[in-house]
Design a protein around this ligand. Structure first.
Ligand code: CDP
Length: 222
């Protein structure tokens, strides 16, 4: 078992990133948003004009990308090639293409190696799709957050509108469904609840209720 490692997985809009960031803060642990890593590679692919079909070029982009965690004011920021690109990573364009990039074997191998290396330090929270099932099956604590498709799409829609993107709710429902399907059915490390992960349905829970539930389980077993 890898002690002091918290894995939080789940589908799009289940609340993982918000919850994982707060859990890390409460526990005083490092936080890594692995979805942001796949999104960063997707952003580079889009900006470089690389075709989503160019598997080798996409693999090369991932292998040449550097990731660093930076903590300027008590919050973790992921630097991609030494730059904070967080603002760009949750755009509708990235949402649409990220599952295709995340299917690329070389991309996954490159990013999973970095994630495993970080976990060796301990005292870390990682959130994603395959952390408990594939990246760190020996993590001390594993959680799987889920919520109804309506609730997940509503959260994603509100997030996009708040950021000023012009999208319709129907479009967002479709995007979330397509991404869920792609993530769950891909051959390599699909979105999957590990048998030993604690399932939390966040549909009717406030963020802090989810955070408190996770922190209390982790503190009991520490
Ligand atoms: O925030 P949201 O749940 O919508 O997505 P995310 O966690 O930022 O992940 C974005 C995408 O990256 C997912 O839809 C997956 O295609 C991919 N991903 C993955 O394949 N494996 C991970 N460990 C994390 C994300």
């Amino acid at each position: 078992m890898i002690k002091g490692v918290i894995a939080i997985d789940g589908p799009a809009g289940a609340g993982k990133s918000t919850v994982a960031r707060l859990v890390a803060k409460e526990m005083g642990y490092t936080y890594l948003d692995t979805g942001a890593m796949y999104r960063a590679i997707t952003d580079k692919v889009i900006r470089s004009g690389t075709s989503l079909l160019a598997a080798d070029e996409i693999g090369k982009i991932a292998e040449e990308t550097s990731f660093k965690l930076h903590k300027p004011n008590g919050d973790y920021i992921l630097l991609v090639d030494d730059v904070d690109v967080s603002e760009r990573l949750r755009s509708p364009e990235v949402n649409k293409s990220v599952s295709v990039v995340a299917e690329n074997e070389r991309v996954r191998m490159a990013l999973v190696a970095i994630q495993r290396e970080l976990a060796k330090q301990g005292e870390v929270v990682l959130d994603g799709r395959d952390i408990g099932s594939f990246v760190l099956p020996d993590a001390q604590w594993k959680f799987f957050l889920d919520a109804s498709i309506e609730e997940r799409a509503k959260r994603r829609y509100e997030e996009l509108v708040e950021k000023g993107y012009q999208v319709s709710y129907a479009e967002v429902v479709e995007e979330v469904k397509v991404r869920d399907r792609k993530d769950s059915t891909r051959a390599l490390a699909p979105l999957k609840r590990a048998d030993d992960a604690t399932l939390i349905d966040t549909s009717n829970l406030e963020i802090m209720e989810v955070v408190d539930a996770i922190v209390s389980i982790c503190r009991q077993g520490a």
